[in-house]
Write a protein that binds this ligand. Structure first.
Ligand code: HEC
Length: 194
């Protein structure tokens, strides 16, 4: 009888514990020996005996390129802008790409260049040296690679947009600009303006 009572108590306790620690998908499981599962990683700034300079963070080897980055071998000079115009060519563009280019234009370029590219954006209206019209002949005659260079490195009063606008988005915004520049040169009064 005593044994039965004892076993009943054990059973009740076990059922209780089982309910208590029942499946809770939001909670981590208990790990019996965590060091076996997770290696003791070095923290970024902790000392590290495995490297000659004793640091954990190491500089990447020389010449390493980050993933997804296209190296550009140009300087921020008019000569290299012209060279980019000869060497860099826009990739094929989809309507969705041009739509994306429109969004990029409205975010990053419209403030100075204006909605229609006429150089009358809100920033230019408040005293910033107004940029030349992007729908004038000079801009129409710019090679797309040269525009890519301008957006990447900036030009005179225009700052570089390399950190804000990815290379793919630069080509998209240029494709959108080409659309803004329709109809072709000479077809409207605006196009004749410098
Ligand atoms: C802070 C104001 C500002 C912003 C923002 C800006 N630009 Fe400019 N942009 C200028 C100025 C000023 C010039 C004239 C530079 C010069 O004197 O050579 C210029 C020139 C240009 C030219 C050359 C036009 C020509 O006829 O020579 C292109 C192309 C151009 N910008 C494209 C863009 C694009 C694309 C963006 C958005 C990614 C952009 N700009 C954003 C101010 C700006």
């Amino acid at each position: 009888m005593k044994l039965n009572l004892f076993l009943l108590a054990v059973l009740t306790a076990l059922v209780g514990i089982n309910l208590g620690i029942g499946d809770n998908p939001t909670r981590r499981n208990l790990e019996a020996m965590p060091e076996m599962v997770h290696t003791a990683a070095y923290k970024s700034f902790s000392a590290n005996p495995n490297f000659a300079d004793g640091k954990t963070l190491q500089l990447p080897p020389e010449g390493v390129i980050p993933r997804g980055v296209q190296p550009l071998d140009y300087a921020a000079t008019p000569e290299d802008a012209a060279r980019a115009g000869r060497e860099l060519h826009a990739p094929p563009m989809t309507p969705a790409g041009i739509e994306r280019g429109a969004a990029v234009y409205q975010i990053y370029c419209l403030p100075c260049h204006g909605a229609a590219g006429k150089g009358d954006g809100p920033v230019a209206m408040r005293g910033f040296p107004p940029p030349p019209s992007l729908v004038a002949d000079h801009a129409r005659n710019l090679a797309e690679g040269q525009m890519f260079h301008i957006v990447t490195y900036g030009q005179k009063n225009m700052p570089s947009y390399a950190t804000q606008v990815t290379p793919d988005d630069r080509w998209r915004v240029i494709a959108y600009l080409r659309g803004l520049q329709q109809p072709p040169a000479g077809a409207s009064k605006e196009a004749a303006k410098p």
